[in-house]
Design a protein around this ligand. Structure first.
Ligand SMILES: *[C@@H]1O[C@H](CO)[C@@H](O)[C@H](O)[C@H]1NC(C)=O
Length: 245
């Protein structure tokens, strides 16, 4: 029984070791014991963004600018309004122009937290969509091309996790972006009725902060899951003691 455990442990540690990827040479590293670790991290993250944006295959990081999503589906129901939105061939442009404003790090023996204050000056999203739903008893729907341009997107990446087996295991990656300006365009939400569609476009562009505020908590929970998985797919390959020596 003991031998089985030993063999199992050996296999397991080989598996872990095999998983480790060398830290890319172009990354600036920051020691957690350094005097100005937050300033160092601010520069290191700022420096890494355009490099990561092109994709880092050995770390499993896809191209991030433009960030491509093949399909995505959102369901929405608040009693008054219910519907389903299917998006295809979606691209988001401008992520590589992120500006890191500030970093606050908190280290303890077995935990780490990074709060990264970041500003995206401008992001443009476009793609195809298909929408169907009801507004009270009124049937809405249509399909076509859409785009959304956003300016002054500011958020904190609040990343917390534990240190385990020389890895940073991320537990939460929370974002709650504030958006200064948003402009939305879509071809058709009323099955070809262009005058109704114009009214809807005008209405949404006037009142987007209301929609945004309503959707943000739902989106934020989804982003936490998505970003946590993404962070772990990267940090699970990197030695914690080498990364934050
Ligand atoms: C969105 O698409 C419309 C229609 O093609 C176009 O007129 C508009 O300039 C686009 N908006 C942005 C921000 O690219």
């Amino acid at each position: 029984m003991k031998r089985v455990a030993v063999i199992f442990c050996a296999v397991f540690s080989v598996a872990l070791a095999a998983e480790e990827v060398e830290i890319p040479k172009y990354l600036k590293l920051c020691s957690r014991k350094s005097q100005d670790v937050d300033g160092c991290l601010k520069n290191a993250i700022q420096d890494a963004i355009p490099k990561f944006a092109k994709g880092v295959p050995e770390l499993g990081i896809p191209v991030l600018d433009p960030y491509y999503v093949a399909t995505d589906e959102i369901s929405y129901n608040n009693g008054l309004m219910q519907g389903k939105l299917l998006m295809k061939e979606v691209n988001a442009y401008g992520t590589s122009r992120a500006k890191i404003l500030k970093v606050i790090s908190t280290f303890s023996e077995d935990r780490q937290r990074l709060e990264v204050d970041v500003l995206f000056p401008k992001i443009l999203v476009d793609g195809e969509y298909k929408a169907e739903g009801h507004l009270n008893d009124f049937k809405v729907g249509g399909k076509g091309f859409f785009n959304v341009s956003m300016e002054g997107i500011r958020t904190v990446w609040d990343i917390t996790g534990r240190i385990e087996n020389d890895r940073w295991v991320v537990e939460h990656f929370m974002v709650l972006p504030e958006v200064e300006k948003m402009k939305v365009y879509f071809d058709d939400l009323f099955n070809g009725d262009e005058s109704l569609n114009n009214i809807a476009r005008t209405f949404i562009n006037e009142y987007w902060p209301l929609f945004y505020r309503e959707l943000l908590p739902i989106a934020s929970a989804q982003w936490d899951k998505m970003l946590t998985d993404f962070a772990n797919s990267v940090f699970s390959k990197l030695s914690y003691s080498k990364l934050f020596a």
